[in-house]
Design a protein around this ligand. Structure first.
Ligand code: CS2
Length: 495
């Protein structure tokens, strides 16, 4: 076997033929997009779409400059820099076929925590037309009780007092917008790529909320001048494993230290509100619609909620991956019934989408045996995910007299998970969650106060006050206490 070739610009033309690669001249690209939060998802989604576009249209203004604002982004920054910002996307098909493509749309990377001024200047540069974000559901700094920007967060307090050395993304955006305003440069568009209902509207609320703490005139200007298109984003992107890196070395002869893996499916639906321009993403199958809300709601409440249902029940049962769960008839049936009985009746119709087909496709996507999507990834930060993915469905069903038991079992199993940090066999489960301690304490107190977990307001709001839900949940908790074998309870629930 040949020694694998290090992935970089110089070696691009020597890579084996099976590896697709950019045909455009990367040296001529300028960064019209600055993206904060370059993880797997950005690299399999926005950077992928943009790479496809650059490959065809000869336009040079839409390169991407990545930005990391936390120390944990350093590994990505270092590896991408070593590779001239190139990386491989490995699309894995259900039949085992792998399509590797070297993506070239990222052209630079800045670390805000090392050089905040460089990031602010880059965002303020007239060349920057869009600042996009994938900062996770928890990154929006929402005060769970009021729904406003959480001004008590120590990083927010820091940013108000040190506007030129921000820690939060909102600090960077505000400093850059202030500079643009001062220089007479029109505002960039802020594009959220996170799984949140009305993600653009929420970003706007949080950014204006933060800016108002600093300078109310600037906040008014942002409110007036900045566009925040809502968007629905979708592509399952599991965590890259050492085996993926090895496979690229042995099968494709390329040494890429951080490739990204994804399923074939990819979707991006955006509201077309980009006053100072955008890439012609519609040419590479991005959908532009006047109102994205029904698409977002459908995706969050079916795909993402479905992931959480399997993630939590599957973890407690002892499964490792999503595809393993859906290969089990009981889990697959439970998921489909959760979709049909609880999620769908409280969804709005979506133009041009057959929901039955959408749900069947989801189950097929989940079952892709080559996309080993770990339940550990799904359960990361559940306290930020469930309030977006699952709890709204519970609330809508409570309001309409609908079923809540499928979801209630998930909440009770999550209480067990948070209490034991282990599956039903006692195998440890890793919990990574900003509320890990509070979840653990509340779950432990359930022995005295049955509703203590549900009373965690940051997660459940006032759900514990709803008698019907409290009762259904308590029944599920009792069942979990009798046995942690969730399959028994699932069997009792399915129709
Ligand atoms: C997952 C998502 O975070 C989660 O729990 O449901 O990352 C999901 O894989 C993506 O939203 C798919 O588009």
């Amino acid at each position: 076997m040949n020694t694998p070739l290090a992935l970089n610009e110089e070696n691009l033309s020597s890579l084996p033929d099976e590896l697709e690669r950019p045909t455009y001249d990367r040296g001529r690209l300028t960064a019209g997009i600055v993206h904060v939060g370059v993880g797997g998802f950005h690299r399999s989604h926005e950077a992928f779409y943009t790479d496809r576009l650059l490959d065809g249209d000869g336009n040079t203004q839409w390169g991407i400059c990545g930005v990391g604002v936390r120390g944990s982004d350093r590994k990505m920054a270092t590896i991408l820099k070593q590779q001239d910002y190139l990386y491989t996307l490995m699309v894995k098909h259900p039949d085992g076929k792998i399509e590797p493509r070297v993506i070239g749309s990222i052209v630079d990377f800045l670390m805000g925590c090392d050089d905040p001024a460089a990031v602010i200047d880059k965002m303020a540069d007239p060349e920057t037309k869009i600042v996009s974000l994938s900062i996770t559901e928890g990154g929006y700094n929402v005060d769970a009780e009021t729904g406003d920007f959480d001004a008590s967060n120590p990083d927010a307090v820091h940013d108000v007092n040190h506007p030129l050395q921000p820690r939060l993304v909102f600090g960077y955006l505000t400093a850059a917008l202030q500079k643009r305003r001062k220089n007479g440069v029109p505002a960039f568009t802020v594009q959220s790529c996170d799984n949140i209902q009305h993600n653009g509207d929420l970003t706007r609320k949080m950014l204006v909320g933060f800016a108002r703490l600093q300078d109310s005139e600037l906040a008014d200007w942002i409110e007036r001048e900045v566009s925040f298109p809502n968007a629905m984003v979708d592509r399952i992107t599991p965590v890259t494993t050492d085996a993926d890196i090895e496979l690229l070395r042995t099968r494709f002869n390329v040494d890429d230290q951080w490739p990204v893996v994804s399923e074939p499916f990819c979707q991006w639906v955006i509201e077309d509100r980009f006053p100072i321009g955008r890439p012609d993403w519609q040419d590479v199958d991005v959908q532009f619609v006047p109102d994205v809300a029904p698409y977002e709601k459908m995706k969050l409440r079916l795909l993402n909620a479905g992931h959480s249902v399997l993630g939590i029940l599957g973890s407690v049962y002892g499964y490792q991956t999503i595809d393993e769960c859906v290969r089990d008839d009981l889990f697959r049936q439970y998921l489909r019934q959760f979709f049909d009985v609880e999620a769908t009746p409280v969804l709005d119709p979506v133009e041009g989408i057959d929901l039955d087909e959408y749900k069947a496709t989801l189950i097929e996507r989940f079952g892709n045996p080559n996309v080993k999507d770990n339940l550990a990834r799904i359960c990361l930060e559940s306290s930020s995910k469930l309030p977006v993915f699952l709890i709204p469905t519970i609330r809508d069903n409570l309001a309409k007299g609908g079923s809540v038991q499928y979801a209630a079992l998930v909440v009770a199993a999550w209480c067990y998970y948070s209490d034991k940090h282990a599956d039903r066999h006692g195998q440890p489960l890793d919990v990574t969650d900003g509320l890990k301690e509070s979840l653990h304490d509340a779950a432990q107190s359930s022995r005295e106060d049955r509703l203590s977990f549900l009373k965690l307001q940051q997660v459940f709001g006032d759900l514990a006050d709803n008698e019907r839900f409290a009762q259904t949940y308590t029944e599920m908790l009792d069942r979990m206490e009798r046995t942690a074998d969730v399959s028994e309870h699932m069997r009792a629930i399915i129709q």
